[in-house]
Design a protein around this ligand. Structure first.
Ligand SMILES: [Zn+2]
Length: 419
């Protein structure tokens, strides 16, 4: 058994152990600023100690560990992900990126590899946003971008964010102390399960994320005329539902043609009676791409198509945007290091966008970011059936180890060139 295989088996075992820390007796549920959040931090901190790392918790409740460089005033390279979960979540989403990184530090220590930078590993306290409704609280504390309005966020038990912080010995007003102001951050590399079926379909254990998709969401309101199902002839109808159905099919068609993901996940129909022609339909649209311009072009095509369908059906169409987030590009240089590391491990490097949001999105505000995806079973996530295999974790560790070695060499070359 190789050292990477042994380490992968240990990572899998640690993830099982971490998954026992839950605020719900029957399923995994670990939310920001709960007792379980800090119990998870304590367990991971224990593993950090075993990996020769110093650890501390920051003003936002994020856990930090450092594998110190041989050079005291060295810059830092950050790895990590989140330790919170959704209710009834899986054992790997977020946690893999923290636990595997801590194991990587252990391997570096065992092999006496001296990095020319400090390796900092962060376990974010909140990414999912399941307690206070806003996502990325952990990583956004690092970027110093907590809006003052978050003072008013409350959880389902009406506990405010400042109160929840106070309950665990943190202060809302101190969160600015968690912001990273250093200018010497070489980058942030987040390992995460794919949460989709692409790697499995390609029969690959890992993939390089080239961009984190930006999303736009819309609400479409189609207004026709309700009427009697038996008395209004087909040619005289203003049926909001059939018009909406055609619009939804057009959205799917345009998404396929333009290689983008677009989803109508919600529909409301009025009056929704078996013998009544539909008078009004509301439906949602969620559209995502790693390329904002491409996404916006497809949005325009969708709106044009929907407008045409509305006029053919003599119904009124109104639409409004309810959400917009820009895509985040991953750093080209870090991507090329991942590419070389995957190549030397004997796998073909596949690039894919991340359709889901991640901590790396926030981190991109302060440093170059990259992400590596590990294949997950059937693409299932946010579900207790979420699963990964130990062999893929082995490849993942090997590739990340090699990536850090390549980064060290690149950094040393750059340093020498600057002298
Ligand atoms: Zn996640």
């Amino acid at each position: 058994m190789t050292a990477f295989a042994r380490a992968a088996a240990q990572v899998m075992q640690q993830l099982q152990q971490l998954a026992t820390i839950s605020q719900h007796p029957e399923y995994l549920d670990r939310r920001y600023l709960s007792d379980e959040h800090f119990a998870a931090n304590a367990l991971v901190a224990h593993w950090m100690s075993q990996s020769a790392m110093q650890h501390h918790t920051d003003a936002a409740g994020n856990l930090w560990g450092r594998l110190s460089s041989g050079t005291p005033d060295a810059p830092r390279f950050i790895m990590g992900s989140h330790l919170d979960t959704v209710p009834n979540g899986g054992k790997y989403d977020g946690m893999l990126g923290v636990v595997a990184a801590v194991m990587l530090a252990k391997l570096l220590d065992e092999y006496a590899v001296q990095l020319p930078f400090h390796l900092d590993i962060v376990g974010f306290g909140d990414e999912e946003g399941t307690r206070f409704g806003s996502t990325l609280l952990g990583s956004r504390a690092l970027t110093g971008s907590w809006p003052a309005s978050w003072r008013n966020l409350t959880d389902a038990d009406h506990i405010s964010l400042p109160q929840a912080m106070q309950n665990v010995g943190l202060r809302f007003d101190d969160v600015r102390n968690a912001a990273l102001t250093d200018t010497d951050i070489l980058g942030f590399l987040e390992l995460h399960i794919e949460q989709g079926p692409v790697l499995e379909d390609e029969n690959l254990p890992i993939g390089i994320v080239n961009a984190i998709a930006g999303a736009r969401r819309f609400e479409f309101r189609v207004t026709g005329m309700a009427g009697h199902a038996g008395t209004v002839p087909m040619r005289l109808r203003k049926d909001a539902l059939t018009a909406s159905a055609k619009m939804i099919v057009a959205i799917e068609q345009l998404a396929i043609e333009h290689d983008i993901v677009a989803t109508v996940g919600q529909i409301k129909n009025q009056p929704n009676g078996v013998n009544v022609i539909s008078g009004e339909t509301l439906f949602s649209l969620d559209i995502r791409s790693g390329d904002d311009m491409h996404r916006d072009k497809v949005v325009e095509l969708i709106i044009n198509a929907a407008t045409t369908i509305a006029s053919q059906h003599s119904v009124k169409l109104l639409w409004r945007q309810t959400h917009e987030a820009a895509a985040v590009s991953c750093d080209a240089s870090l991507q090329s290091l991942l590419h070389r590391a995957i190549d030397s491990a004997g796998y073909s490097p596949l690039y894919l966008p991340s359709g889901a949001g991640h901590d790396a999105m926030a981190m991109a505000q302060i440093c170059p970011v990259a992400m590596l995806f590990t294949r997950c079973d059937k693409g299932i996530s946010h579900h207790p059936d979420e699963n990964i295999c130990v062999d893929d974790v082995e490849v993942t560790l090997q590739v990340l180890f090699e990536t850090l070695i390549l980064l060290s060499k690149q950094h040393t070359v750059n340093q020498n060139a600057a002298l």
